[in-house]
Design a protein around this ligand. Structure first.
Ligand code: NAD
Ligand code: UGA
Length: 456
């Protein structure tokens, strides 16, 4: 039996440890956080994050071999293996502001581990970090002067929100990087042993530390690059009469390209794509590779352009003014099946429309509380309405901004009847039946398709 600790009870720490606890009943798993409200929520019937399958998994393991606590120091002292899954946001100050990773939470954790340890431990990087962070971690941990030995292992997380439990239970691969020393390899084997309880050995990849750290940034950069690439093509489709869904299907059938991550949209969101690409850009700049940095930065710029283009299209369609017009934003989560609104394109669209003095009402089945918090002072100027029909009533336009399946199944005939005419629908996720909406009387604007309008 091992005492496994995870520091950071967020979107990664909570779900990953719930799965480890369920798959490894012989181990004791504790998740700690400095955020008392978050820990209280993990201990309650209302978990702090919405994630399909998570409630059942936590209910099955909590207080058996899965525990949530705010007593960070005590649990560090007891742990054999410590996963560190604290937030690593983009730095907002000083050198590298706007690009580099802010490692203050990370470094605090390293020091806290050092202060509270009396036995050797394996420390696992679960957070996404710049390459060679493990080296800095080793320097801090091994500065104890008491001969206590720490091994630092990299085990980046590839789960996507909304499918976190499924991704953890059946991962494409698990990546583990460690030092090529006897002690590093022993630590690596301890982490391999945990995952091999349920993951086939051939899907557990082992590498050196720096390859593991870099692969995480590169995986996110490649995924985001595909979205920016298809979004760039969506603009061309709108000008030429091509249909981006048909283009994506046609190119995705090429087995070398593949069909995934080719859904054109209002833009990618989420807490990681933007931050991780900018982190990669900063790393390239730091290494003197300015052309490489510029190449990857363009992925983020294209995403910003797509969000701005969506709002410009709304404005020009609605006779170049939305001031005083009620506009319903359908969906505010950054993607379907999550309550997370971090970096959601819906919030960017909302802010831009507020600048234009539109009256904004937002609806979403799970993400309204997070949207209110993320909008800060702007939230006062927005109406939050859980019922999509009430949100759309009296609106000049509706905009689909999250690919929630329930939004595709609404009664759009009833919605049309309740709206101001001419009524507009802007489908930022291409999930609606555009021809049938057009037949109902809507003017329909989708991503990467010619608009369907009733005016000459
Ligand atoms: P999060 O903000 O949801 O959770 C991080 C938690 O760490 C917070 O609850 C915070 O209070 C806690 N924390 C910070 N400092 C602490 C300390 N000193 N002691 C105890 N707790 C502390 O973040 P997240 O979305 O779970 O992401 C965590 C890391 O995982 C990031 O590096 C992220 O890039 C990476 N990641 C995230 C996802 C995702 O889907 N969200 C997927 C893969 C990787
Ligand atoms: C992403 C990666 O998919 C995970 O592998 C990674 O672990 C995680 O980032 C991370 O490091 O945080 P996530 O952000 O949760 O996961 O969700 P994705 O499914 O990747 O979607 C990201 C954004 O892209 C969403 O806004 C989504 O709507 C958008 N998207 C996705 C598109 O616009 N088009 C697509 O074809 C796919």
């Amino acid at each position: 039996m091992a005492n496994i600790l995870c520091i950071g009870a967020g979107y990664v720490g909570g779900p990953t440890m719930a799965v480890i606890a369920q798959k490894c009943p012989q181990h004791r798993v504790v998740v700690v956080d400095i955020n008392e409200a978050r820990i209280a929520a993990w201990q309650s019937d209302h978990l702090p994050i919405y994630e399909p399958g998570l409630d059942d998994m936590v209910r099955a393991t909590r207080n058996k071999n899965l525990f949530f606590s705010t007593e960070v120091d005590r649990h560090i002292a007891e742990a054999d293996i410590i996963f560190v899954s604290v937030n690593t946001p983009t730095k907002t100050f000083g050198q590298g502001a706007g690009k580099a990773a802010d490692l203050q939470y990370w470094e605090k954790t390293a020091r806290q581990i050092l202060q509270n340890s009396t036995t050797p431990k394996i420390v696992v990087e679960k957070s996404t970090l710049p390459v060679r962070t493990a080296e800095a971690m080793e320097h801090i941990l091994n500065s104890n002067g008491e001969g206590l030995h720490f091994d630092v292992v990299s085990n980046p997380e590839f789960l996507a929100e909304g499918t976190a439990v499924r991704n953890m239970e059946n991962p494409d691969r698990v990546l583990i990087g460690a030092r090529e020393t006897p002690s590093g390899q022993k630590a690596l084997q301890a982490i391999v042993d945990i995952y091999s309880q349920w993951v086939p050995r051939e899907r557990i990849i082992t590498t050196n530390l720096w390859s593991s750290e870099l692969s995480k940034l590169v995986a996110n950069a490649f995924l985001a690059q595909r979205i920016s690439s298809i979004n760039a093509i969506s603009a061309l489709c709108e000008k030429t009469g091509a249909n981006v869904n048909e283009v994506a299907h046609a190119i995705g059938m090429d087995s070398r390209i593949g069909p995934h991550f080719l859904n054109a949209s209002v833009g990618f969101g989420g807490s990681c794509f933007r931050k991780d690409i900018l982190n990669l850009v900063y790393l390239c700049e730091y290494c003197g590779l300015s052309e490489i940095a510029g190449y990857w930065e363009q992925v983020v710029k294209m995403n910003e352009h797509q969000e701005a283009r969506f709002v410009s299209n709304m404005l020009s369609a609605m006779f170049n003014t939305v001031a005083g017009k009620r506009i319903a934003l359908l969906g505010v989560a950054f993607k379907a099946n999550t309550s997370d609104t971090r970096e959601s394109p819906a919030l960017a669209v909302c802010r831009a429309l507020l600048e234009e003095r539109a009256e904004i009402v937002i609806t979403d089945s799970h993400a309204l509380d997070n949207a209110r918090a993320d909008l800060g002072a702007d939230a006062r100027r927005v109406t939050f309405e859980p019922d999509p029909y009430a949100a759309a009533a009296g609106a000049y336009a509706i905009a689909i901004l999250t690919e929630w399946s329930y939004l595709a199944e609404l009664d759009y005939q009833a919605i049309y009847q309740s709206m101001v005419r001419p009524a507009f629908v802007f489908d930022g996720r291409n999930i609606l039946d555009h021809q049938s909406l057009f037949k109902m009387g809507f003017n329909v604007y989708a991503i990467g398709k010619p608009p369907l309008v009733h005016f000459q």
